[in-house]
Design a protein around this ligand. Structure first.
Ligand code: FAD
Length: 423
């Protein structure tokens, strides 16, 4: 088949590799410039946490060994208390239960090179402006000109504000749930971190903000400051704000004032939608089909996993049935990821400082050590395994219920023993 992909982000570039491997003729149209020619990262996250699902997908297309050297391991969370005290909490019990920080640009450049080597054609500076669903065909704008390209199928991998999705949904009884978080984000730099470089640092500030950092290969860290959206404009003295809210982060950011003024405020959006496809002619993947808040670090990982699932579905039969099966098999899981990503916002912002939260996480790790086959913490299943998201949540709920019943049972037993002693 001749397949057109809109968007050369992580999802579009990886799917191009999968489709080329199946022998399809693939062309990718990307509105931005070729990332190999320079940085064009404005308005998006610089580095991302790669976890098991993404690693599996990249391994599947034979690319992970090329990506490893560009990654920095993140072995756990380093949580900063207001008094400057830092506590480290490992992500898992096993050596391999870690995350990997990777620059979005490095990842995408590797994917593009890999796809091109398999014959995929990339057209940069090509913005998709129209879709003919029946042909199907895409109309792209480049250098002020419009061209229409026909194909056998079109893939919308053009992100949360997907043009393909909007055009595909025209005339269909489509649902779209789009929700902006009242918080936004700004990326800042920490040139050198005194301890725990191989960690995701968190400064939980409750309603007053949240900082999360990812390590870079050169020893620096990219810090993402999350705040209520309007608050960014109200802060006219970022140093005074940091001195009050995140005092131990301030000395780590020598360029704070300049960066705060120069860097844009990004928004955070959640998208749930249906249908994901129109017959066998158009299909959506990645953020175009399901965008989540970034607090579980799964947006890109789930977008990469989509490609693995769609590739498997394409192996089952003709495109119409494959696209339908893709949505049927995948959407319940990405809906659950949406729910989990919302919950993790509250966890990172507020709960990571609470002793109760740490006691619960420790109990989880102890139980998984005692019963490795029976007890797997939810975080482990989401980040370190490829258990489908909804199955992971269902299992975690069963485990929680068991824990509650065991606690009740233990309390009942203790009461019985106490009553006997009193008698
Ligand atoms: C602050 C922040 C932190 C994050 N951290 C993580 C993390 O740690 N781990 C993780 O897994 N995920 C993370 N994410 C989520 C992750 O960035 C996204 O889920 C991921 O980029 C989705 O990939 P995609 O290819 O589907 O879409 P995108 O990355 O949005 O790519 C879409 C591509 O389509 C192009 N495009 C758009 N419109 C058109 C058009 N009309 N014509 C042609 N091309 C077009 C765009 O230029 C872009 O290149 C984070 C997100 C944010 C905002």
């Amino acid at each position: 088949m001749k397949i057109l992909i809109a968007g050369a982000g992580p999802a579009g570039s990886l799917l191009a590799c999968y489709l080329a491997r199946r022998g399809h003729h693939v062309a990718v149209h990307e509105r931005r410039a070729d990332p190999r020619l320079g940085d064009d990262e404005e308005g998006r996250s610089i580095n991302l946490g790669l976890s098991a699902r993404g690693v599996r997908a990249l391994t599947d297309v034979g690319l992970m060994h090329e990506i490893w050297p560009s990654t920095v391991p993140m072995r756990g969370r380093a949580v900063h208390a207001p008094d400057g005290n830092v506590t480290f909490h490992p992500y898992g019990r096993r050596e391999e239960e870690i995350l990997h920080s990777v620059r979005r640009r490095d990842l995408v450049v590797s994917l593009i090179a890999h796809a091109e080597a398999q014959g995929v054609a990339f057209h940069f500076g090509h913005r998709v402006v129209d879709l003919d669903k029946d042909a199907p065909a895409l109309t792209v704008e480049h250098d002020g000109r419009r061209t229409t390209v026909a194909a056998d199928a079109v893939v919308g991998a053009d992100g949360a504000f997907s043009a393909v999705r909007a055009l595909m949904h025209r005339g269909l009884r489509a649902d779209l749930h789009q929700e902006f978080l009242p918080w936004g984000y700004k990326e800042l730099t920490i040139p050198k971190v005194p301890a725990h470089h191989e960690a995701l640092h968190v400064w939980p500030g409750g309603d007053d903000g949240l900082i999360v950092t990812h390590p870079n290969l050169d020893g620096s860290m990219t810090a993402t400051l999350f705040l209520p959206f309007e608050r960014f404009a109200e802060i006219d003295d970022p140093e005074a704000f940091f001195a009050e809210r995140f005092p131990d982060a301030l000395p780590l950011m020598p360029d704070l004032v300049k960066e705060y003024a120069d860097r844009p405020v990004g928004h955070l959006v959640s998208i749930r939608t249906t249908p994901w496809h129109d017959g066998g002619k158009v299909v959506l993947i990645g953020d175009a089909a399901h965008a989540v808040y970034p607090f579980y670090g799964q947006g890109m990982n789930s977008a990469l996993e989509d490609c693995t699932v769609l590739d498997r579905c394409l192996g089952l039969g003709e495109p119409g049935a494959a696209f339908a099966e893709f949505e049927r098999a995948r959407r319940p899981h990405t809906d659950v990821l949406d729910e989990l990503s919302r919950q993790n916002f509250v966890e990172l912002r507020d709960r990571v400082r609470s002793p109760l939260h740490h006691a619960r996480r420790r109990a989880d790790l102890v139980l998984s050590g005692l019963f490795p086959d029976r007890w797997v913490p939810l975080y482990t299943m989401i980040s370190h395994t490829t258990t489908p998201y909804a199955d992971a949540l269902a299992r975690a709920r069963r485990q929680d219920a068991l824990l509650r019943w065991s606690a009740l049972g233990a309390a009942g037993l203790a009461a019985l023993v106490l009553a006997r002693k009193v008698r």
